[in-house]
Design a protein around this ligand. Structure first.
Ligand SMILES: NC(=O)c1ccc[n+]([C@@H]2O[C@H](COP(=O)([O-])OP(=O)(O)OC[C@H]3O[C@@H](n4cnc5c(N)ncnc54)[C@H](OP(=O)(O)O)[C@@H]3O)[C@@H](O)[C@H]2O)c1
Length: 427
């Protein structure tokens, strides 16, 4: 078997893991690694003949390099580097969910036109072989949904809040100290990271990327420990859930913290693990649980892709076999206002007679049926009311909450969270 020459952009957390694993692969030669700052102190050693450079063009213009591993991250200049590499007919292996989600149609179209492959197992669910499972293992199936916990950082934060009884800020600071969260946690806690993954999963499962801006996102920043505690009493765990479902050529794609019944498999996915459910027409529902990020799990996905690609490169005309059929148009994503689910609400109200009746009247006018209502604490002249509803359309709940917020008896809307039910769907 002839040796395949590889170049890599990025030698950070993931890149260093890739170097460790790839050094043991006999038929792969890592020739050049590009970084931003050559003077930075680095742990570990590059293989003897490998050059470290800050000149990315020296990789892109090296005709010996047939595979480019991109583990630098971010939208730009990664996009330009990937497009240049594809133009030079280099195959791509990337962990970069942001660039794929935002520019997937352009990148895959260009790769198709140049007869090269883009491998991206590491871009979603880190060490879990989710991409290859959907792409190849479930090829005989029509996929109807991919649902689950797709961000290890937020799952770690929520697990710590639950187990230690701490608030969001303390749990975030702890996650940052432990290396599970970035200094700027926005992409994770506000749902952007999951939206990128949902975009990619939509492309793989249904043939079109979902534009990340079209994906409805709710943050976990405003989650209160009281709600985690009350949810537990009611038999739920709170998890950040990503959903992409296909129905009649349109997609439901959203990410939000949701109450998950404790007897559901996702409720038990703890710490920085991911848990993903895929529904296929023939196989039914399959579940994958495990490390969704981290140096070696992510490197495992990257180097696994590299080995598969290098093996395939020994065969003629292999490229189209590996390239998923992805259309150049963006998917049609339904408005989140049509999403239907039961709700958990916590309202801080004036402790005066008639309040419950007012709430019932507002809910009745918006087709909201209450499943249970509990008065939790009463302090001085205010009361905390926890309501669980039957399934309701988001637009109806939004309107009812807006009316409640204008009423003179509501002091604070403590929480309004979706309750996850496997059958949650649009109207
Ligand atoms: N970390 C994870 O657990 C994980 C999991 C799944 C996917 N990913 C994805 O993997 C990718 C890399 O993540 P990471 O955590 O390894 O990032 P990281 O630790 O920040 O490393 C980024 C690397 O890219 C280099 N770099 C940045 N800009 C560059 C430029 N313009 N030219 C050349 N090199 C440049 C940096 O160089 P310097 O070293 O000189 O700064 C650094 O070596 C991202 O797309 C991320 O989303 C990460």
């Amino acid at each position: 078997m002839s040796k395949i020459v590889v170049g890599m952009i990025g030698l950070g957390t993931v890149g260093q893991g890739v170097v460790r694993l790839i050094s043991g692969c006999k038929n792969l030669v890592l020739k050049k690694v590009a970084v931003a700052n050559l003077t930075k102190a680095r742990e570990g050693q590059l293989p003897g003949s490998c050059q470290l450079t800050d000149d990315v063009s020296s990789l892109l213009n090296d005709p010996e390099i047939e595979i480019l591993i991109e583990v630098m991250g971010g939208e730009k200049p990664a996009l330009d580097y990937l497009l240049q590499a594809i133009e030079k007919r280099k195959h791509i292996i990337t962990a970069n969910k942001e660039v794929l989600a935002k520019h997937g149609p352009t990148l895959f179209e260009k790769a198709r036109s140049k007869g090269v492959d883009i491998f991206f197992e590491a871009a979603v669910a880190g060490g879990l072989p989710l991409i290859s499972t959907i792409h190849k293992g479930l090829e005989a199936n029509e996929i109807s949904s991919v649902v689950g916990i797709m961000n290890g950082t937020t799952n770690y934060i929520l697990s710590q809040m639950t187990e230690k009884g701490i608030g969001f800020d303390v749990a975030l600071a702890d996650a940052q100290k432990q290396g599970f969260a970035e200094a700027d946690p926005t992409a994770d806690v506000d749902g952007h990271d999951v939206s990128y993954k949902l975009s990619i999963l939509s492309a793989l499962a249904y043939g079109r990327f979902a534009q990340p801006t079209s994906i409805y996102k709710e943050s976990i920043r405003t989650l209160h420990f009281d709600d985690i505690k009350i949810a537990a009493e009611l038999g739920y765990a709170i998890k950040l859930i990503g959903i992409t479902k296909s129905k009649d050529g349109e997609l439901d794609v959203l990410v939000a913290p949701m109450l998950v019944p404790k007897n559901h498999v996702l409720a038990a996915v703890s710490l920085s693990n991911n848990g993903i459910l895929v529904n296929g027409s023939a196989v039914g529902e399959i579940v994958m649980v495990g490390p969704g990020a981290g140096q070696m799990p992510t490197a495992s996905a990257i180097v696994g892709d590299t080995i598969n690609l290098a093996n395939a490169m020994q065969l003629p005309d292999f490229a189209s076999y590996f390239q998923p059929e992805i259309e150049t148009e963006w998917a049609t994503v339904k408005e989140a206002t049509t999403w239907r689910s039961p709700y958990y609400l916590r309202l801080i109200v004036n402790d005066t007679p008639g309040v419950i009746g007012h709430i019932g009247t507002i809910f009745g006018a918006h087709n909201i049926s209450i499943r249970s209502l509990i008065q939790k604490d009463t302090k001085k002249d205010e009361a905390s009311i926890v309501i669980v509803t039957h399934e309701v359309k988001k637009a109806d709940m939004d309107q009812a909450l807006s009316k409640l917020q204008k009423s003179d008896f509501l002091k604070e809307l403590g929480a309004a969270l979706h309750i996850f039910t496997p059958e949650s769907n649009h109207a």
